[in-house]
Ligand binder design. Structure first.
Ligand SMILES: Nc1nc2c(c(=O)[nH]1)N[C@H]1C(S)=C(S)[C@@H](COP(=O)(O)O)O[C@H]1N2
Ligand SMILES: [Mo]
Length: 241
């Protein structure tokens, strides 16, 4: 399957239902998972053909689309969020949200580009440089890559160690100058500024240093592992960096 998502053209139901719930504010967010299940049931077989599920049809505000490959994702916050760093490192570590907030934060404002075509201009992201967490863990000389896991229980991503050490790769705590909310992958998501947005794994829970690149969720389904915007996936978008 080499199709991340269809655009919502021709399927106005999910969009209309979700826009209705947005008006309810926090209540709408709480209600969204139920509505998603209802929408999936309504559209029946279409969901079977789309590995992302119909969550991809739901607008996420400010030009973003809400993407999840699972039908529901547990909620994590400062009380129960944990990020583990392990694998080929000398000092495995576990970070709470407070731990991450106490580290130096880097803010960047660049465009976001999804491989299906949508782009959101000038989006602030802020967080801890991944390179800082890798340095703190003491990456062993045998290591060549980093594998990322998520608390949705399904999504994964990968970078080479060289890519992971770039200054524009963040373990992001804030997006659009707000703490990252649940729909956008909060409380912590990866942000890989120069690559298509599928590299920016939401609901990040694990960073494992590995010997070789292990293709992520979408890469196993046909997308490029080296996902530079404008230089991969057969696309010619304007680069984001
Ligand atoms: N855990 C997880 N991370 C994910 C995805 C996902 O389905 N699950 N989708 C990816 C894709 S394809 C995109 S375009 C962005 C969407 O981010 P948004 O939902 O904040 O717009 O998240 C990326 N990270
Ligand atoms: Mo995407």
């Amino acid at each position: 399957m080499n199709s991340e998502l269809p655009e919502p053209r021709g399927v106005p139901v999910g969009r209309r239902v979700f826009l209705g719930t947005l008006g309810l504010g926090a209540l709408g967010v709480l209600a969204a998972p139920t509505l998603q299940r209802g929408t999936e049931a309504f559209l029946g077989g279409a969901a079977d053909l789309d590995p992302t599920g119909l969550t991809g049809l739901l607008p996420n505000g400010g030009g973003f689309r809400y993407y999840s490959v699972t039908s529901s994702v547990p909620r994590k916050d400062a009380k129960n969020y944990q990020l583990t760093v392990d694998g080929l490192v000398d000092r495995p570590a576990t970070y709470t949200l407070a731990d991450l907030r106490a580290l130096p934060q880097t803010r960047m404002v660049l465009d976001v580009q999804c491989v299906t075509g949508w782009r959101v201009p000038g989006t602030p992201f802020e967080g801890v440089r991944l390179s800082q967490l890798l340095d703190a863990a003491g990456v062993r000389s045998s290591a060549g890559a980093v594998h990322f896991t998520c608390f949705d229980g399904a999504y994964t991503e990968s970078l080479t160690l060289e890519q992971a050490r770039r200054a524009d790769v963040l373990v992001a705590l804030r997006m659009q100058d707000k703490d990252i909310g649940h729909p956008h992958g909060g409380p912590v998501r990866l942000y890989v500024a120069p690559m298509y947005f599928y590299k920016s794994a939401k609901w990040l829970s694990g960073i494992t240093v590995t010997e070789n690149v292990e293709p992520g969720y979408w890469e196993e389904r046909g997308y490029d592992i080296d996902a530079w915007v404008g230089r991969s996936n057969g696309r010619d978008d304007e680069p984001t960096t």
